[in-house]
Design a protein around this ligand. Structure first.
Ligand SMILES: N[C@@H](CCC(=O)N[C@@H](CS)C(=O)NCC(=O)O)C(=O)O
Length: 207
């Protein structure tokens, strides 16, 4: 019997959208439960750690974005072929997470606090911090020689960085033009059937 998946997150991108992209890329149906901010205070104490996202998989509950992504990627055979590849995926994911720290600040300012000046600063920081990250990813991609960041097959980290590139391009169109190999890498994921289908239907406010 196939599993059932429910994602609980706010009605926006933030920490929910990487999970939606993973489902979409894997061609896995899921219930996309979007929580209204006014519902949140009542719901918060019932969540695993007082935060979103969390998922329900066949009735079992799992919180924390990174944990959810790894758990799902393992199930969808998108988490490397051996423990070293898993570790390499984690390594790059952790690196990019640190380098993307301005994004949650942006979400906080836009969605939770309605603070346009703080949002503008976070957005500027996000863009300023990108070149070092992109340069490193370019080096990693060149070293594998297989058009993927780890091993020989597309994995969680390729999908996650493609989403990162997507958010960068939405903030500053053309930002990837100086990184043609990364732009091509992102395009392969963006143009995959699953992601194209998702982008057509997702109906998402941008943050
Ligand atoms: N470490 C957690 C952080 C989750 C988090 O802070 N989520 C935010 C939304 S992106 C949230 O739930 N904010 C509402 C709150 O903390 O009350 C994760 O990675 O999942």
């Amino acid at each position: 019997m196939s599993s059932t998946y429910i994602l609980h997150y706010f009605d926006g991108g933030g920490r929910g959208e990487p999970i939606r992209w993973l489902f979409a890329y894997a061609g896995q149906d899921f219930v996309d439960n979007r929580i209204e901010l006014r519902e949140w205070p009542l719901m918060k104490p019932k969540t695993p750690f007082g935060t979103l996202p969390y998922v329900e998989v066949d009735g079992q509950v799992l919180g924390e974005l990174g944990t959810i992504l790894r758990f799902l990627a393992r199930r969808f055979n998108l988490y490397g072929q051996n423990p070293w590849e898993e570790a390499r995926i984690d390594e790059i994911m952790d690196f990019v997470k640190d380098r993307r720290a301005a994004y949650p600040r942006y979400v906080q300012a836009v969605f939770f606090e309605n603070q346009p000046e703080m949002a503008a600063q976070a957005k500027a920081d996000y863009i300023d911090q990108a070149p070092l990250t992109l340069k490193k990813l370019e080096e990693i991609l060149a070293a594998t020689k297989h058009g993927v960041l780890v091993g020989t097959q597309t994995s969680l980290v390729d999908i996650s960085v493609a989403y990162y590139f997507y958010t960068l391009e939405r903030f500053k169109k053309g930002i990837l033009d100086d990184y043609p190999t990364l732009r091509d890498h992102g395009s392969k994921i963006w143009n995959s059937d699953g992601i194209q289908k998702w982008l057509r239907k997702r109906n998402l406010s941008f943050w």
